[in-house]
Design a protein. Sequence first.
Length: 133
Amino acid sequence: MRLRLMVLFILVLLSSGCVSYRDGPFVRIDGPALDAEQAQDLANRRVSVSELTSTLGDPEHVDRNDSGEVWRYVTTSRRVGTKERLFVERRTCQFVRTGYLFQVVDGAVVGVDTTQSAWITHGHSDPSCAKGT
């Protein structure tokens, strides 16, 4: 009886250490293909609004104020992480939403600010995070 208990304990101990984690790369799932460096380059070159729209498409939103306009572009990226323990796989999706706020004065970009938010979902509660998507 003691031998069985010891063997069972050793098996449980060995199998509890069988955990693997994998995080995939962030992949853009919505919005223009843009990062902070490219956005800053557009602002530094003071591109015209026609060049901005030909590069990024139409903005998600335009705000007008006394000093000009603010053009908002938004990009959403996702990364899938997998935790495997024994034969059970759990998937987690990390999302990052980045807003690029281009300041436009007299038809040219004069600056850019960025905003960012992030959130996590789990495969069991989010169909978009399920295996194979």
